[in-house]
Design a protein around this ligand. Structure first.
Ligand code: PLP
Length: 376
């Protein structure tokens, strides 16, 4: 009996897509059979049905499928009129795609610090960054927690800025009773496989209440065509395919149950970690319904805690080790260490623990015990 074999059997991954697939295998295979039998693969009935179902689910009038969450952001920014020379306010503590979609269009991402307790954009830090070139704000609902949208929308209204929600991590979350992604001018979803609603490949979607914007999005995602083979502006190919849409329609039926299970798992972690000195568990802001895409704690000596957990067969991830304003791609923007202290500190302290709907009580207990042990 080798201990290595024993440890391999009991590894706790950060996310377990296999466990989810095991529960929905028959439904997925039936949905895929339907697509194969139809032999329609691009922008067909599955994509149209998913667009309608997700618009309804998120409380938006229109939804437009795209090839990825990154493309959804680029499409939304383009539809909002963002062009070279414009400035767009974005948090620095996020995935690179939030800022990259801005700079890809030749616009300048202007980085804003976060609230340390919620990890989301700090509305109090916004107004000092607004100039005559500012056109939009992109709040990120990081880890599944809604950013504080009311003051953000109020500032945007006052300065006539567009609000584009990066809702890649928070599908199903609500802010004061309303689903995220439907509160700004445009909202973006990612269906990257490990997201709360994940495809079996890449995919994304843009939500909006504006018919005009939805038409522009449909045109942009398909070569700027206002009708077939008639291009009015520069677009590109960013389409969601029928297989991904069919899979996502199956999974959408389970999303609320999975998000509820994530919340229950988070509540278990909260109880078990409450008494561990040094550990800060996630704070859920009043009015926010968090869907725990990640369960992210702050810990002292984070890297050594992570290493100790790995030694116990417990996988964890650091989202994100480097703030976006200090990434090499943005060195020409002139930011320095110390410019956004809350974001920089978060990068040093955060650790995301295993989190998925199928995580068992015993697994959560093992993770919590290992953290306690690592900090002793
Ligand atoms: C995943 C993610 C994206 C990008 O989505 P892709 O589908 O991977 O292109 C954008 N923003 C955030 C915050 C994300 O987590």
């Amino acid at each position: 009996m080798s201990t290595t074999a024993n440890q391999v059997r009991t590894i706790i991954p950060t996310v377990d897509l296999r466990a989810q697939y095991d529960a929905i295998r028959e439904e997925i295979q039936a949905a895929l059979r339907e697509v194969f039998d139809s032999q329609q693969f691009i922008l067909g009935p599955q994509v149209q049905a998913l667009e309608e179902e997700l618009a309804r689910y998120c409380g938006a009038k229109f939804a437009v499928g795209a090839a990825s969450g990154t493309d959804a952001l680029i499409l939304a920014l383009r539809a909002a009129g963002i062009s070279p020379g414009d400035e767009v306010l974005v948090p620095s503590f996020t995935y690179i795609a939030t800022a990259e979609s801005v700079s890809l269009l030749g616009a300048r991402p202007v980085f804003v610090d976060i609230q340390p307790d919620t990890f989301t954009l700090d509305p109090a830090k916004l107004e000092s960054k607004i100039t005559s070139r500012t056109r939009a704000i992109v709040p990120v609902h990081l880890y599944g927690q809604p950013a504080d949208l009311d003051p953000i929308l109020q500032i945007a209204g006052k300065h006539e800025l567009k609000v584009i929600e990066d809702n890649a991590q928070a599908i199903g979350a609500t802010y004061k009773g309303k689903r995220t992604g439907s509160l700004g001018d445009l909202g973006c979803l990612s269906f990257y496989p490990t997201k709360n609603l994940g495809a079996y490949g890449d995919g994304g979607m843009v939500l909006t209440d504006s018919e005009e914007l939805s038409k522009r999005l449909r045109s942009l995602r398909s070569h700027g065509e206002s009708r077939k083979y008639f291009s009015e502006e520069q677009g590109w190919n960013s389409r969601l395919d029928e297989m991904q849409a069919a899979i996502l329609r199956v999974k959408l039926r389970h999303l609320d149950a999975w998000n509820a299970a994530r919340r229950a798992n988070a509540a278990r972690y909260d109880v078990l970690l409450a008494s561990v000195p040094g550990v800060a568990t996630p704070r859920v802001a009043p009015g926010a319904d968090h869907v725990f895409h990640q369960y992210t704690i702050r810990v002292p000596r984070r890297d050594s805690v992570q290493k100790a957990l790995a030694g116990q067969g417990i996988a964890t991830t650091v989202y994100y080790p480097t703030p976006v304003h200090l990434q090499p791609i943005y060195s020409s923007l002139g930011y320095h260490e110390g410019d956004l202290p809350a974001s920089e500190r978060a990068c040093r302290e955060v650790l995301s623990l295993p989190m998925y709907a199928e995580l068992s009580r015993a697994q959560i207990e093992r993770v919590a015990a290992a953290i306690k042990c690592a900090l002793q």
